[in-house]
Design a protein around this ligand. Structure first.
Ligand SMILES: NC(=O)c1ccc[n+]([C@@H]2O[C@H](COP(=O)([O-])OP(=O)(O)OC[C@H]3O[C@@H](n4cnc5c(N)ncnc54)[C@H](O)[C@@H]3O)[C@@H](O)[C@H]2O)c1
Length: 258
């Protein structure tokens, strides 16, 4: 029996990369999956992959930085599946690098809106649903957020990304503390450099030799795979991790050691 048999999981940013891999792993573990992304076509493709493997999924086109859309997302999920047991709040954007004193306010605001406010809004509405639910197994629900190595050390030239990813860990701790009494847990995965569209965007932006340079910076010279992050997130949301709450799990092969 899978870790999430008979449960309902939500993954944002699930049109590609870490989100898509995680959605597929939740389905492999028996969950019905809500596949969420503002890229509706990509979300549909992920849901289609799940269904072609015999799983159950719905796809929803949602901008996680828009509260009305996030609220509607939860309404659609509960209308279809009746409850929400697990969520990976993972949608995120990247940006070019800037000297701190040259950072345009619009870039700062765009980053914070998606990578931090988006996580806040998703948790707010997921929790509103989870607190109303009956306990199933070890709890009423479990949330995981995708932070980053930049959640604990600065990403050079990316103060907005650093602030957002540190912020994700901060609000995770608020939720972990406040909702433990409701039997709801909240944790975070902190990927290192992982082979997804986001990293490809940086490689394309920085030109020839950049991928090789990145490979030299990661442990063992191997860039991570999205499913390695997904496996950690799906476990954190499962009853197997029932005593793990408020934790930041680095999934980077040992790159950032604290
Ligand atoms: N790839 C890495 O090296 C790496 C490292 C550390 C952290 N992360 C984090 O992992 C998460 C997933 O990134 P990825 O690497 O899989 O990249 P990705 O670009 O493959 O996936 C990100 C997804 O988020 C979606 N998205 C962006 N803004 C959105 C919004 N406002 N509403 C809904 N969906 C939105 C995109 O359409 C995309 O499908 C991000 O939060 C990222 O910051 C990635």
């Amino acid at each position: 029996m899978g870790m999430h048999e008979g449960r309902v999981a939500l993954v944002t940013g699930a049109a590609s990369g870490i989100g898509r891999s995680t959605a597929l792993i939740f389905a492999r573990e028996g969950a019905s999956v809500a596949v969420v992304d503002w890229n509706e076509e990509g979300a549909k493709a992920t849901a289609g992959q799940i269904e072609s493997l015999g799983g159950t999924a719905i796809s929803l086109g949602v901008d996680v930085s828009d509260e009305a859309q996030v609220e509607e997302m939860l309404a659609k999920i509960t209308a279809r599946f009746g409850r929400l047991d697990a969520a990976l709040n993972n949608a995120g954007v990247t940006s070019p690098s800037f000297k701190f004193h040259e950072m345009p306010l619009e870039e700062w605001s765009r980053m914070i809106a998606v990578n931090l406010t988006g996580v806040f809004l998703c948790m707010k509405h997921e929790l509103a649903q989870m607190v109303t639910q009956e306990i199933l197994g070890e709890g009423r629900g479990a949330i995981c957020n995708t932070s980053s190595g930049a959640g604990v050390v600065p990403a050079p030239g990316q103060p907005h990304y650093t602030a957002a990813k540190h912020g994700v860990l901060g609000i995770m701790k608020n939720v972990a503390q406040e909702y433990a009494s409701n039997r709801i847990r909240c944790n975070s995965v902190l990927p290192g450099i992982t082979d997804t569209a986001m990293i490809q965007e940086s490689i394309d932006r920085n030109g020839p030799g950049y991928r090789e340079m990145l490979e030299k910076t990661v442990p063992g010279g191997v860039i991570g795979k999205p499913e390695e992050v997904g496996e950690a997130a799906v476990w954190l949301c499962s009853d197997l991790a029932s005593r793990v709450n408020g934790q930041s799990l680095m999934v980077d092969g040992g790159g950032v050691l604290r």
